[in-house]
Structure formats: structure tokens, C-alpha cells
Ligand binder design. Structure first.
Ligand code: GUN
Ligand code: ZN
Length: 426
């Protein structure tokens, strides 16, 4: 069993990493009641309580994907374009169908099934501009008792007409969805202006108003992903000092604000992310797939001003829902910037790191008494190649690195949500 109680980018591993070679997790009423070495805890279990034996597997907190688009699962792996052309040719076409609740329901069901199969137990999710797409997502999420964050896109310009709302309509529909879903069971709402290029100044202002009127809700958007996108945003908001200042001006930074990508943020912008507590969702498979660039994780996490960075799939520009495969690419992005992401930092990033970026680390992303019992049981020998490679693994760190390099959904032996088994591989 492995989990983190702090950030290994900043602190000594001994103080923040918790590993049990033969661990037991005692679940009760959807939460973790006790955790520790099996030899000790077994003696405390009430008569008749039989533990499930996951010998040779690793128990982890469920992975947390802090930026993804469920409707875009229909266009994952779409050929040939970089961001703006990719949006026009693929994302904006597929998203138009999501006013139809039947289409939205099917996509939400498949997306969440695949998410659990990947061992991910929480995601921050973009729906489409249609309220129906949000209802469908939360209905499926609620049925699973899954802690998810989601919201309706706000977009009132520079996209096909059927995908546009207006500042007032976006405000009214988002408000109704917040009242319906935010804090209902495990569901949390994110006000979701798609990015500065598809929202007018009026819409950005109303997004800021909405967020300040509903404390505890989230704010998610995109920033500094692609060079052409950045030039465009500069043209659209010429009076703003930089990309982050566009969002800052409308009151869209702070705790529970999380921005996808941030590849090309300047030092001053990273500094303001740190100061305001704004999170960045690192989306390496998407960044490579769209040719957007290489996020400098080591720099973002610099101990003089550590930004809250979480790990994200960004499907459908991202190419996998597996956080293990996402870590595989995160390692390569970091290597490209001269920073060797170690396996402890990597597994932290996919669990507690994402939880911290979402200000949920008291509830999820760890294995400790009182936390919500969202767990992943990882098979450490999930393919013949991994089985062979593991025979030559010297220690825990090497075993973890093998998993994040070679493993994927097939390694998910079981997934638990709030103490209930919701996915079992065999
Ligand atoms: N920027 C604005 N919208 C999107 C989107 O749907 N995907 C990605 N990767 N970037 C975006
Ligand atoms: Zn995205």
C-alpha cells in the first residue's frame, strides 16, 4: 500500500511517503476507518469480518484526473491538427450533438466506465455548452457515487453558432446547474469559461460574478497551451498585460481555480499562480499529441514558489484516460526540460498532487483514517513484458517506475468508490 501525506517535490520522502509492504485498509461507511500493517490490524477486526486479499498488488488512492472533456471521447486520436484547427475540425463538430440527452447519457456512461477501468476515481470534467450535457454527466456520476467536478461550457464567440450561449444565458443556466448539482452527494460544480478566445469580456465578467456569488464552486479553463492561441488572445484582449492577466482581471484566479496546460506561462505568471493559489493541470499526452509544447514541471514546482500542479488526461486531445500512461508522457516532458521526474513525485502527482490542485486533499487522494474510501488496486504484473521486467526490479522505486512506464488500464485489478467495489478486472 502506498500513499502520500505531503509533497515530495518539497519535502523529504521519509516524512511524506507512506508504504506498507503488507498493508490493510479498513473501510466503513464509505470512509477509511483504519490503515496499517496487516499483522497489527487483523487482530482488531471484529469477528466475522474477512479482508479481501490483494496479495502481490499495490493499493493506492484512486487516481485523480484534474482536466478532461467527456464529450471528446468521440474524437480521441483524431489526425493531423494543432490546437485551433483541431478545435474547429474535431471538438466543435462532435460537441454539437450533446444537446441531445441520449447522446450525452451514452457518452457519460462510457466515459465514466473507462475512467474507473483506468483506476481514476475523481475527474474535473468539461461538458459542452448544453445544460443537458451536464445533467447527463452528473446523473451518471451520482449513480456511481463518484466524487466528480463538472460544468457547462461558457462560450459566446468564435465558435460555430450552435455552440454559443450569451453572457446572460450562460450565467442563468450555470446558476441553475449550480443550485441543482453543487454539493449534492459527491458532485461539485465548476464554472467553465472554455478559454479567453471563446468568451467576450461581458461573459468573462459574468463568470467572475457567478464564481464570487457561489463560494466553494470551482473555476476551470485553459491557458497558454499553444503559440497561435496566445497570439490570438493577445489580439482579443490587447489591454491586458499577459494571458494570466486576462483571467485575473475578471476575478478568475484563486483557490479552486484550475487552468489546463500553462505550457508557455512566464515566470511572472507562475509567480501569480503561486501567490493566488491557482492550480495548473499538466496534460502531457495532449501537449505532445497536438504539438503544443513541453510543460516544464520542475520549474513550475520550484520550491521558492511551488505552483499547485495536478495531472490530467485532457481527453480527447489527450490520448489516454490512464494516469499511468499520462505519467509515462509526463516523465518524457520533464526529461526534455532536464528534470528527471522520480516515481515518488509521479505517483504523488496522480493522487495527492491533483487533490491539492483541486483543494480536496483532506477528502481524497490519500489513504488515511477519515478520508473517503476511493481506492485503486494495481496489479504489478499485468502484462507478460511487465512480469518479465519486474523480475529485474531492485526496489519499490524501480517497481513504480516500471508501472508508470509500461502499465496502463490493464493493471487495474479493482476500483473502489466510497468503499464500494465498482470495477473488477477479472
Ligand atoms: N482550448 C480551448 N478548448 C480546448 C479543448 O477542448 N481542448 C484543448 N486541448 N484545448 C482547448
Ligand atoms: Zn482541455
Amino acid at each position: 500500500m502506498l500513499s502520500f501525506s505531503g509533497d515530495p517535490f518539497q519535502s523529504d520522502l521519509d516524512t511524506v511517503m507512506h508504504y506498507e509492504s503488507d498493508g490493510l485498509v479498513w473501510l466503513e461507511d464509505g470512509r477509511i476507518k483504519q490503515v496499517g500493517p496487516a499483522v497489527q490490524l487483523l487482530r482488531q477486526l471484529p469477528a466475522g469480518m474477512e479482508p479481501v486479499d490483494y496479495r502481490d498488488c499495490l493499493i493506492l488512492p484512486g487516481f485523480i484526473d484534474c482536466h478532461t472533456h467527456y464529450p471528446q471521447l468521440q474524437v480521441i486520436g483524431a489526425f493531423g491538427e494543432q490546437l485551433i484547427d483541431w478545435l474547429n475540425r474535431y471538438a466543435y463538430v462532435t460537441e454539437q450533438a450533446f444537446g441531445d440527452p441520449e447522446c450525452a447519457h451514452e457518452a457519460a456512461r462510457i466515459f465514466l466506465r473507462e475512467t474507473l477501468r483506468a483506476g481514476t476515481t475523481t475527474a474535473a470534467v468539461y461538458c459542452t455548452v448544453h445544460s443537458a450535457s451536464v445533467d447527463s454527466f452528473f446523473e451518471e456520476s451520482e449513480r456511481l457515487n463518484m466524487r466528480n467536478i463538472a460544468g457547462k461550457l461558457l462560450m459566446d464567440r468564435n465558435a460555430p453558432e450552435p455552440l454559443l450561449d450569451s453572457p446572460q444565458r450562460g450565467y442563468d443556466e450555470s446558476k441553475a446547474l449550480i443550485n441543482k448539482w453543487h454539493g449534492r452527494g459527491r458532485q461539485l460544480y465548476a464554472i467553465t469559461p472554455r478559454f479567453a478566445a471563446t468568451s467576450s469580456a461581458e461573459q468573462m465578467e459574468m463568470a467572475g460574478a457567478l464564481w464570487s456569488e457561489h463560494p466553494g464552486t470551482y473555476l476551470q479553463s485553459h491557458i497558454a497551451e499553444n503559440r497561435d492561441e496566445m497570439t490570438w488572445v493577445k489580439q482579443l484582449y490587447p489591454e491586458r498585460a499577459d494571458y494570466l492577466d486576462v483571467y485575473e482581471h475578471y476575478g478568475l484566479l484563486g483557490p479552486r481555480a484550475i487552468y489546463g496546460h500553462g505550457i508557455h506561462l512566464t515566470e511572472s505568471e507562475l509567480q501569480r499562480c503561486y501567490e493566488t493559489g491557482t492550480g495548473i493541470a499538466h496534460c502531457p499526452t495532449s501537449n505532445f499529441f497536438l504539438g503544443s509544447g513541453c510543460f516544464d514541471l520542475g520549474n513550475a514546482k520550484r520550491s521558492s514558489r511551488p505552483v499547485r500542479v495536478g495531472l490530467a488526461s485532457d481527453v480527447g486531445a489527450g490520448t489516454s484516460l490512464s494516469m499511468l500512461q499520462t505519467l509515462n508522457e509526463a516523465y518524457k516532458a520533464a526529461q526534455f526540460n532536464g528534470f528527471p521526474l522520480n516515481p515518488a513525485q509521479a505517483f504523488y502527482l496522480a493522487t495527492r498532487g491533483s487533490a491539492e490542485a483541486l483543494y480536496l486533499e483532506e477528502r481524497i487522494g490519500g489513504i488515511a483514517p477519515g478520508m473517503e474510501a476511493d481506492l485503486l488496486v494495481l496489479d504489478l504484473h499485468s502484462t507478460p513484458l511487465i512480469e518479465y521486467r519486474m523480475r529485474h526490479a531492485g526496489d519499490l522505486m524501480e517497481a513504480l517506475f516500471i508501472q508508470m512506464t509500461l502499465a496502463d488500464e490493464r493493471a487495474t485489478r479493482a476500483t473502489y468508490l466510497a468503499g464500494s467495489l465498482v470495477y473488477e478486472r477479472d
